[in-house]
Design a protein around this ligand. Structure first.
Ligand code: GDP
Ligand code: FE
Ligand code: FE
Length: 202
């Protein structure tokens, strides 16, 4: 377990206490689990274990802000007003990373970017971005159809795991007639080629 003092000027215990003022216990446990899973993926794929751990720990920091909070932050941070047409699912990454920067004084651009794209991905993802995107989906507390296939793919190829997760997320949202954020479709288009037909599932 890392102490994040160098990055944030606070001890791990202080950081954990701060996170717990922002999220309920079940989400806090999920964030700790993503921290650990991201570290394992970084080890497996020769990424930066420290960055993966901290990005994993913080990725859902802003998830329990209210819609009114996010709408105000979009103005405060001068983000594209079009973002206001979306919802918490998109905001907690696309706006949340700037709330983390503001609240915690985190200035590591790679970590902030991985948090920004952790839900919707992007056309081009760094190794750290892929690690967080996938760790969030496969951490041991997750239990939904396809999660074990995602875990197996993540052991074989991060690109395949990214593609599979995006495919399943788009299918899930489309079945429920939910809007799909354009960046999610860009992720799909750029990674789906890495998955063979038999790996796409029923
Ligand atoms: P969590 O924060 O740990 O629950 O996981 P995520 O950040 O990956 O996802 C949060 C929610 O966003 C999930 O319910 C996803 O189904 C949803 N989601 C993912 N991509 C999109 C998208 O493109 N559009 C919309 N509307 N929701 C999405
Ligand atoms: Fe999230
Ligand atoms: Fe998460």
């Amino acid at each position: 377990m890392f102490d994040y003092y160098e990055e944030l000027g606070m001890s791990r215990d202080e950081l954990l206490a701060k996170i717990q003022t922002m999220v309920k216990p079940s989400r806090f446990r999920h964030m700790l689990s993503v921290e650990k899973t991201a570290a394992e993926l970084a080890k497996r794929y020769m990424g930066n274990i420290y960055s993966a751990s901290l990005a994993g720990l913080l990725h859902d920091y802003a998830k329990e802000l209210t819609d009114a909070d996010f709408l105000a932050l979009i103005d405060k941070y001068q983000l594209d007003p079009e973002l206001k047409n979306w919802s918490n699912a998109v905001w907690h990454g696309k706006v949340g990373f700037l709330k983390i920067k503001e609240d915690l004084g985190l200035n590591n651009a790679e970590i902030l970017h991985a948090i920004e794209v952790h839900t919707v991905g992007a056309k081009e993802l760094s190794l750290l971005d892929k690690i967080i995107y996938v760790a969030d989906y496969i951490e041991p507390g997750r239990d939904f159809p396809g999660v074990n296939e995602a875990r197996e793919l993540a052991d074989e190829s991060l690109d395949k795991a990214v593609a599979f997760e995006t495919l399943r997320t788009i299918g899930y949202l489309a079945e429920r007639h939910q809007p799909i954020y354009p960046q999610t479709l860009e992720t799909y288009n750029s990674y789906i080629g890495s998955l063979s037909v038999s790996e796409k599932g029923e």
